[in-house]
Ligand binder design. Structure first.
Ligand code: FE
Length: 141
C-alpha cells in the first residue's frame, strides 16, 4: 500500500486512514502511535536497548532519534536529550489527564511518540520520553 500524500500538508507528509494504520501496525503500536496511548514503564522493546544506530518512526520510517543522544533516565521509557533534527518532531501543548505537558509527535506522519520534559541532561536539559511502541530501530553497520 503506497503512502498517500495530502497536497495541503507538504510533499513529505504521510497520511493514511485509521484502517490502513491498523493493518500495518500491531495492536499495541496502533494504540500508542495513533491513539496517544502509553506503554507501561519497563515493558517496551527499547527502554534498556543499547545498540548503536537510529530510532525511526514505526509508522512512516522517518529517522527520529540517534543512539548517541539516548540516556538512562530511570523512567522505564527510552529517553533522549534531542531528536536527530529539529523538524523530525513536532511539539504540542497537551492538557490531557489533568496535566500540562508537551506532546511529541512525528513531523512526517503525526504519530504520537511521547512527551518532552525540562529535566534532561546537558547539553539540552531536555528529556524526550518516548514509547518503544512508536519506534523501530536500524542498527549502524
Ligand atoms: Fe512518522
Amino acid at each position: 500500500m503506497s503512502d498517500q500524500q495530502n497536497p495541503s500538508e507538504g510533499a513529505n507528509k504521510v497520511s493514511k486512514t485509521d484502517a490502513q494504520w491498523q493493518e500495518q501496525l500491531t495492536e499495541e503500536q496502533y494504540a500508542v502511535s495513533r491513539c496517544s496511548g502509553t506503554e507501561r514503564a519497563f515493558t517496551g522493546k527499547y527502554w534498556n536497548h543499547k545498540e548503536v544506530g537510529i530510532y525511526t518512526c514505526v509508522c512512516c520510517g522517518q529517522p527520529l532519534f540517534s543512539s548517541t543522544s539516548k540516556y538512562d533516565s530511570g523512567s522505564g521509557w527510552p529517553s533522549y536529550w534531542e531528536p536527530v533534527a529539529k523538524e523530525a518532531v513536532i511539539e504540542h501543548q497537551d492538557h490531557s489527564h489533568g496535566m500540562v505537558r508537551t506532546e511529541v509527535v512525528c513531523g512526517r506522519c503525526d504519530a504520537h511518540l511521547g512527551h518532552v520534559f525540562p529535566d534532561g541532561p546537558p547539553p539540552t536539559g531536555l528529556r524526550y520520553c518516548i514509547n518503544s511502541a512508536s519506534l523501530a530501530f536500524t542498527k549502524d553497520d
